[in-house]
Ligand binder design. Structure first.
Ligand code: FBP
Length: 697
């Protein structure tokens, strides 16, 4: 850059107004950082105590009893505020502590406030308390990478999204060697307690670490984090203890705002179907909330699809075949086409479809592939040094290995994991989808749904079937009766002369549907001749051709993925308050000697004044699940309850939101996440509705 220009630019950069507008912060961030989350009443007291809640019971798995003996008898603990306490209690509560905290798994809005809440409570109890943040997730514990978290580090992150303060990672402390290293780290930092902020797998880890470090007196507390909303805890009697993990509300609101904007755009230029895949590795909680927030035209709920039974196909099927009863991709594409065709018939060849990321998990035929391939890959990794993906780098190598397994199944009757039929069916699916299904599993052995272009597979089938329906004359755009009449009259033609010949519903409906036999200009002419409205040698009137062309649909899609963007949003006030109080809860549990507990807020679905901070025992929530081809003790994920009020309402309003009738769509505009004012719901709609009970109560 020439010197003169450079000097001028330096001057401009020093200008206070320029500095203000290009600064990293902005008024919104400043306001966020200043916000002091509301505290649950109990935290206004000088001290807190724990009261066991024996009314809550769990169905304990014998394996959990065997593997987690020191924490299996933990009870739900309610946190109570206390101002007058005995000296010995005070001494113990306020003793100097070193506490470590780690983020584990995907980021979720509000995580920084867990740290802020924990820090503030620890400082209130004893200003000498120290908080260490492990860097880059559980690897930070294994490798002893930690920083001391001080006021000046924490303050800029208050009420701010992401996990940027200490970052996160997906490592799992799943071997004795990693356990030992983690224990070494905790001992070398003289930790009194370790806090794991994570999802189902990470809270599982917390339970095992609590067991492992029990004798050493190092407490371990979990915090329910995941935008997926699949950590929901109930006791045996179905009492809700934790209605939702943190981050869910923000992510759902962020996705909903974007998707609602698409509803606005799509109903304005009326030419696209927007296909929106929304995150949620398995459960469809996020999709359900988005449906309630936006009233998009079609929302698939995985759990609902899994419930589907195709009785017709069962009757027709001669053998017992898993493909005969469950939902298949093909069938699902037909259901979507049905909605598209119905809307087109009333002139709406546009709309918005919400597809949950984990939908494949609920499609019978695909689920079977995922389970089988998970087992094959896990088995290979256990028995070979390099591992499946190193030994078979290309798709062709992987397919060849599967072919070998299929041949083996023919030769050895007892070998059944991958048979010839599996191989044939697998070879029928598109290459990019095969690649997706065979790709590397995550560190927990989970299938990585976010990496598969589910929407592309599904919409490919939808597009193909719509073409067939078009050729059959079924997929057509309805022509508004008034438009048809005016257009013909303007050209001096009698609409009633041509109408009954052209349309199958000319007598009654507001939108007119071209007869199915009219699928081209040629067939149009044939129909007009056959009905004697024109003669063979005559040309089809130009205006009739124009009307015909308007009735021919083009299926144009725009594909979107809503995941990482919403996950990185700054938290809603709900999540700010929720997570800050989770942080305060964590400290109460630690100061009162708890371990193997998960911090939670009971009555989250109610008004803030009714929120009760509690500790939930993790071990009794565990059950056996397949991980990396083996049964492992893990925290159970919660999926959408088809008897919940939230789901029943979405089901009930499905037809209304499809809006396959003349007139306006029923879109709802939730608006962006705002920190000030009362523009957003103060908690997820799903929570509000489910607080009304369930249909199986
Ligand atoms: P957590 O369960 O760890 O919170 O992560 C949830 C999630 O955001 C899912 O919705 C998504 O499938 C997955 O993480 C994406 O994983 P990655 O960040 O590794 O791509």
């Amino acid at each position: 850059m020439p010197e003169k220009e450079s000097i001028r630019l330096e001057g401009i950069l020093k200008n206070p107004e320029v500095r203000e507008v290009i600064a990293n912060t902005n008024p919104n961030m400043v306001e966020r950082r200043k916000y002091v989350p509301k505290k649950c009443d109990v935290f206004l007291s000088s001290y807190t105590v724990l009261k066991e809640q024996l009314q809550y019971r769990f169905d304990i798995h014998p394996e959990a009893k065997r593997q987690l003996p020191n924490i299996i008898d933990n009870k739900v603990q309610l946190i109570l505020g206390m101002d007058a306490v005995e000296e010995s209690f005070k001494k113990n509560y306020c003793k100097k502590r070193n506490i470590g905290i780690v983020f584990s798994g995907g980021p979720a809005p509000g995580g920084h406030n867990v740290i802020a809440g924990l820090y503030d409570a620890a400082q209130k109890a004893n200003p000498d308390n120290k908080l260490y943040g492990f860097l880059l997730g559980p690897d930070g514990i294994i490798e002893n990478q930690a920083i001391e978290l001080t006021q000046s580090i924490i303050d800029p992150y208050r009420n701010i999204g992401g996990f940027g303060m200490i970052k996160t990672g997906r490592a799992k402390i799943d071997t004795q060697q990693k356990m030992n290293l983690s224990k070494e780290t905790c001992k070398s930092l003289r930790l009194d307690a370790l806090v794991i902020v994570g999802g189902d797998d990470s809270n599982t880890n917390a339970a095992f670490l609590a067991q492992e470090m029990f004798e050493d007196g190092i407490q371990v507390i979990g915090v329910p984090k995941t935008i997926d909303g699949d950590i929901q805890v109930r006791d045996m009697a179905d009492n809700v203890l934790c209605a939702m993990s943190f981050g869910f509300h923000t992510a759902a609101r962020a996705f909903s705002n974007q998707i609602s904007n698409l509803c606005t755009d799509s109903s304005s230029d009326v030419k696209y179907w927007h296909i929106c895949k929304v995150m949620g590795r398995v459960a469809s909680h996020l999709a359900l909330e988005v449906a309630l927030q936006t009233h998009a035209n079609i929302t698939l709920i995985g759990e609902d699809l899994a419930d589907y039974v195709d009785w017709d196909r069962i009757k027709r099927s001669e053998t017992i075949d898993y493909n005969a009863y469950g939902m298949t991709l093909r069938h699902l594409s037909r259901v979507i086409c049905d909605g598209i065709v119905k809307r087109a018939a009333v002139g709406k060849n546009y709309g918005v479809i919400v597809i949950p990321e984990g939908v494949l998990e609920f499609i019978n035929e695909i689920q079977i592939f995922i389970i089988k391939l998970n087992a094959i890959i896990a088995e290979y990794n256990v028995t070979h040094d390099n591992g499946f993906h190193l030994d078979f780098p290309s798709l062709e190598d992987k397919l060849e290995y599967l072919r070998r397994l299929a041949r083996r199944s023919r030769e050895e009757g007892s070998f059944s994991i991958w048979n010839t039929r599996d191989d044939d069916l697998f070879n029928d699916i598109p290459e990019f989808f095969q690649e997706g299904l065979l790709m590397e599993r995550d560190s927990h052995g989970n299938f990585q749904f976010s990496q598969v272009e589910t929407e592309k597979v599904l919409m490919g089938l939808v597009g193909d079937y719509l073409e067939i329906l078009k050729e059959k004359g079924i997929y057509k755009i309805g022509i508004e009766r008034s438009y048809y009449r005016k257009t013909l009259k303007d050209e001096g033609l009698d609409p009633d002369y041509f109408g009954p010949v052209l349309f199958e519903n000319y007598d009654n409906d507001m939108f007119l549907l071209m007869r199915p036999s009219i699928i081209s200009l040629k067939t149009l002419k044939q129909v007009l001749i056959k009905a004697d409205v024109i003669r063979e040698e005559e040309k089809v009137p130009a205006v009739i051709e124009k009307i015909y062309k308007k009735s021919v649909p083009k299926f144009k899609t725009q594909i979107h993925f809503y995941g990482y963007d919403g996950r990185g949003s700054d938290p809603t006030k709900f999540d700010c308050n929720y997570t800050y109080n989770l942080g305060l809860t964590v400290f109460s549990l630690i100061a009162n000697g708890a371990t193997g507990q998960m911090a939670a807020i009971r009555n989250l679905e109610k008004n803030f004044s009714e929120w009760d901070p509690i500790g939930i025992p993790i071990a009794p929530l565990m059950h056996l699940e397949e991980r990396k081809g083996k049964l492992a003790l893990v925290l159970e994920k919660s999926i959408v309850n088809l008897d919940s009020v939230a789901f029943k309402i979405v089901k009930q309003l499905r037809e209304k939101w499809l809006a396959a009738y003349p007139g306006e769509d029923n879109y709802r505009r939730p608006g962006p996440i705002r920190f000030a004012g009362k523009s957003e719901e103060d908690r997820p709609i799903t929570l509000v509705l489910n607080a009304l009970g369930s249909f199986n109560d």
